[in-house]
Every structure is written in structure tokens, then in C-alpha cells.
Ligand binder design. Structure first.
Ligand code: MV4
Length: 512
């Protein structure tokens, strides 16, 4: 087993990975940007290295620098968490070349799944049902012909896309020409690749995903499903495991399909197959996420499997410690993602200092968080501050506990999405467990954002970028003032009221 692992991430997932490492007797190395000097993940690590300025592309996304820290610190492996470098094929390749173990699948597997057209071809060959549509990159003429043949409604999607970017719904043929043009230009500007393909539109779908784990000895298992249909503008808000109204037969079929998907690409590590499930319980492969996901914890709660420890074990070459028949569902789990956003002001980011922080606790509660009382939430990174995860013997008990936990969670100094969650967990449709991906739009006032991305999303992105630009200006100004005023005390521990496991190191010379 590895003796030391570098965690190339921040926030709650970095802390989550460090907890797995600490249980396994593995030393941890954190990396951090200038603005994260006092972040929880830095305090949690046995050692921590500053890797650059706040914008991710100048710090958390610089693979070469992170590998340099791995070598300098003697870490044998890198865990990428989610986001940042986690699904970048070139980074996994670079790790392999530099002799550092990447805790995740190979770069070529990420590329196969990252390109939606190649992924569809691969799944079709493996016998995994895909949404009816094309498995080639198409010219405008070919798209038009295909849509005339099969008839609307269809979805035009970017081959390089995913998560809803570069996607257009075409309800009538007259919309086609404009939709193709907009999808191409959005795909070009977002991904630098304007290749498109077409799928039949699945009406009122549910988003059901299957967690898989695979080792390098040819073994793969699934850990059942998660129901992730409650999303707002392609951002998940609530997830449940197991799903609602999923029959044992459907569960078995979807699980087998996900394992077939993993085996088709010689997958190693933790991954997730996303499916759309229609009204008739037909399911269709949508995409595969080749990383550990935010919502992995609810699967841990119902299976008792530590997904993060398992991904570290298989990355070290160990066999999966269980077979499919060893796995079963116990109870019900729900996650509420708590964001630093104002639900009463159209979910604008709400950065600032967390003045009071008192997370929920007690029976059936797990809180995975990257913050603490006194910590600052900036606009540089994802606004999720905590995951509130509950477990109950059945769904009714899980909901009781979620309501209780939401009512006792205290965050002051910033606005959070907690009030939105409180409304949501009292909605009759939620209580029935009878909902699809249209839930927030149809049932939650103020949760604007349709099933199809449009100008709204661009506006939200523009607003986020504007926030970040303002923050960079303010950050530089504050830094200059601080430098002029005094030489800053270095190292950790001195007067620190919070437990820190290790030392923070300011990289010099080669690094910055
Ligand atoms: C679809 C679809 C209906 N039909 N594809 C949205 C994000 C991206 N991963 C795929 N998405 C969708 N693709 C076909 N052929 C509906 C969606 C969709 C959706 C999917 C999962 C979860 C939430 C969603 C919200 C709106 C639309």
C-alpha cells in the first residue's frame, strides 16, 4: 500500500480523501492556492504546499506543478477528487509517464467516455442501451436528414459536451436550422470542438445513475443506483439512494449494464454510469463519469462500502475485497447539497466569512464539509460548503432525519440554500417520491431554469465570471496592503485555535 498520497483538490472532497488515507495509515499531502492558506483541507493534511494564485487555472489545474509537489514530498500517488484534474486524460497520462500513480482510470478511458460520440459507439458495442440516435459526428445536412426521418422532438448535443452544455431541444422542424447553428457555436466556444450528434428526446425522464467499482484484475461490481433527478440548471440539489419506484428487476438490469460498460473499457477505480429512465421504465445510457462523485456518500450509507478507500486499494493493485453477491442495500439515504447561494435572490453566490457554523449531528447524520467557523467562502471555487447526508431504515425515517437535520444546521455570515431545501423536503411530490427532472422547475417557485439550457445559463455564467474578476482585483489590493503593512508570520500552530495535523509549506524557487 502507498505510504503517502497527494490530494490534488480542495474543500470537502479533499478532507474526505484525507480521512480515508488516515484510516489506512497513509500520510497525506495537500496542495493549496494563496487564498486557501487557512482552508480546512490544509489543516487536515500531514503536509501542505502552496501551488499558486487563487484562480484554479493558475494553481489547482497545473498538473506539472502538482506532480512536482508529489515528487518533492515523496507521495507515490495522487487522488484528484472531483472537478479540477479528475477527468483530464492528459493529466492521467502525465502521472503515468512521471511514475506517479493516478488514483482513477487511465487517460484513454477518460477520453473514450469524455467524447460522447465515442462513448455511445463503445456502449452500443457492449450491448448497453443508448438513447436512440446517431453514433457519428454529423454535418448540418446529415442532422437535417436524420431529424426528417425520425421526426422531432430531438436533442442536438455536442460530442465534446456533457452536463447540459452545447445541447438544444428541437420540438418542431422549423427550429432545426437555428438550433444547429447555436449548438455548434456554443460547442466551439465551450470545448473548441463543434462536432454534434442527435438523440431522440426522452420525455419527463428521471436521472438514475449506477455506481461501479472495478479493479485491475478484471473484477467489476455495481453499488446499486442513485436518484439524481432533483437538479436546478444541471446542478444537483438532492440525491437519494436507492431510487424511488425502481423494481428489483430494473435495478439488476441497470446494474448489469453499468458493469458491462466498465468491462468494455477495462475500467479501474470508481465510476458512475448515468442513465435516463422514461415513464415505461426503459433506461438509456447517457454518459459515464470517470471520477468519484459528490454524491458517493449516499451509496456508502446504504452499502457500508467505503468507496474512497476502495479506489485507493484498487489503484495500488489490490483486488476488490467483495463480489457482487456480497453487496446489498440497507435502508435509505438522502443528500442535501448546501451551497453558499441566496435562494431568495435567484441563487446568486454568497461569499464571505462563516461567522457561526454549527453542523447537524446525531443519529443517522453525516456532514462532509470543507469549512469551519471563521473560514471564508470565496468566489474562486465551487460554492458548495457542506453535504448533509442522512440515513434511515426506510425513506420515511430518512426524510424525518433530513428535516430535523436541516432545522438544526446553523450557518451565519453567508446565505445558504438551506431554506430552499426546507421547502423542498415538505413538498407532497417529494414525499410521494414521484418526480422527474422537471421537479424544481414545475414545483419550486424561484427555482427557474428549464429542462433545456438557454440564455439564462449564459447570464448566470457571466455573473459568476464578473464576481470572480472583482474578487481577483480585491484580492490583489488586499495582498499589496498586507505586504506593505507587515511581514506575515509563517508556519502553522502559533495561536491557532483549530486542530491542524501538519505544517504548511510555501514553495519557492522552482514553484513560485
Ligand atoms: C437528454 C434529455 C432528454 N432526452 N437527452 C441534461 C444534462 C445532460 N447530461 C443530458 N441532459 C438531458 N439529456 C435526451 N435525449 C434530458 C436531459 C436533461 C436532464 C438530464 C438529467 C438530469 C437533469 C436534466 C435536466 C434537464 C434535461
Amino acid at each position: 500500500m502507498f505510504k503517502k498520497v497527494l490530494i490534488a483538490n480542495r474543500g470537502e472532497i479533499a478532507v474526505r480523501v484525507m480521512r480515508a488515507c488516515r484510516e489506512m495509515g497513509i500520510k497525506t499531502v495537500a496542495v493549496f492556492s494563496d487564498v486557501d492558506r487557512d482552508a480546512l483541507h490544509v489543516r487536515f493534511a500531514d503536509e501542505a504546499y502552496c501551488i499558486g494564485p487563487p484562480p484554479a487555472r493558475e494553481s489547482y489545474l497545473i498538473g506539472e506543478r502538482i506532480i512536482e509537489v508529489a515528487k518533492k514530498s515523496g507521495a507515490e500517488a495522487i487522488h484528484p477528487g472531483y472537478g479540477f484534474l479528475s477527468e483530464r486524460g492528459p493529466f492521467a497520462d502525465l502521472c503515468a509517464k512521471e511514475g506517479v500513480v493516478f488514483i482513477g482510470p487511465r487517460g484513454d478511458v477518460m477520453r473514450t467516455m469524455g467524447d460522447k460520440v465515442t462513448a455511445r459507439q463503445t456502449m452500443e458495442k457492449a450491448g448497453v442501451p443508448i438513447v436512440p440516435g446517431t453514433t457519428e459526428r454529423l454535418t448540418d445536412e446529415a442532422i437535417t436528414r436524420w431529424v426528417r426521418d425520425i421526426g422531432p422532438p430531438v436533442m442536438i448535443k455536442a460530442a465534446a459536451g456533457g452536463g447540459g452544455k452545447g445541447m438544444r431541444l428541437v420540438k418542431v422542424e422549423s427550429e432545426l436550422e437555428g438550433a444547429i447553428a447555436r449548438a455548434r457555436s456554443e460547442a466551439k466556444s465551450s470545448f473548441g470542438d463543434d462536432s454534434l450528434y442527435v438523440e431522440k428526446f426522452v420525455e419527463e425522464p428521471r436521472h438514475i445513475e449506477i455506481q461501479i467499482l472495478a479493479d485491475s484484475h478484471g473484477n467489476a461490481v455495481h453499488l446499486f443506483e442513485r436518484e439524481c433527478s432533483i437538479q436546478r440548471r444541471h446542478q444537483k440539489v438532492i440525491e437519494e439512494a436507492p431510487g424511488n419506484r425502481i423494481s428489483p428487476e430494473l435495478r439488476a438490469k441497470m446494474g448489469e449494464a453499468a458493469v458491462a460498460a466498465a468491462k468494455a473499457v477495462d475500467y479501474v477505480g470508481a465510476g458512475t454510469c448515468e442513465f435516463l429512465v422514461d415513464k415505461h421504465d426503459h433506461f438509456y445510457f447517457l454518459e459515464m463519469n470517470t471520477r468519484v462523485q459528490v454524491e458517493h456518500a449516499i451509496t456508502e450509507m446504504i452499502t457500508g462500502v467505503d468507496i474512497v478507500k476502495t479506489m485507493i486499494r484498487v489503484a495500488a493493485g489490490e483486488k476488490l475485497p467483495f463480489a457482487q453477491d456480497d453487496l446489498a442495500i440497507n435502508g435509505h439515504s438522502i443528500e442535501a447539497r448546501i451551497y453558499a447561494e441566496d435562494p431568495d435572490a435567484n441563487f446568486v453566490p454568497s461569499p464571505g466569512e462563516i461567522v457561526v457554523y454549527r453542523p447537524s449531528a446525531g443519529p443517522g447524520i453525516r456532514v462532509d464539509s470543507g469549512v469551519y467557523q471563521g473560514a471564508k467562502v470565496t468566489v474562486f471555487y465551487d460554492p458548495m460548503v457542506a453535504k448533509l447526508v442522512v440515513w434511515g431504515r426506510d425513506r420515511a425515517e430518512a426524510i424525518e432525519r433530513l428535516r430535523r437535520a436541516l432545522s438544526e444546521f446553523v450557518v451565519k455570515g453567508i446565505k445558504t440554500s438551506i431554506p430552499f431545501h426546507q421547502k423542498l423536503v415538505h413538498h407532497p411530490k417529494f414525499l410521494e417520491g414521484h418526480y422527474d427532472t422537471g421537479f424544481i422547475e414545475q414545483h419550486m417557485a424561484g427555482g427557474k431554469g428549464g429542462p433545456v439550457p438557454g440564455g439564462d445559463e449564459d447570464a448566470a455564467e457571466a455573473r459568476r465570471v464578473a464576481f470572480m474578476m472583482a474578487a481577483i482585483v480585491a484580492y490583489k489590493r488586499d495582498k499589496q496592503r498586507a505586504a506593505a503593512a507587515t511581514a506575515v508570520a509563517s508556519g502553522s500552530g502559533g495561536g491557532d485555535p483549530w486542530k491542524s495535523f501538519g505544517r504548511r509549506v510555501q514553495m519557492r524557487g522552482g514553484l513560485r
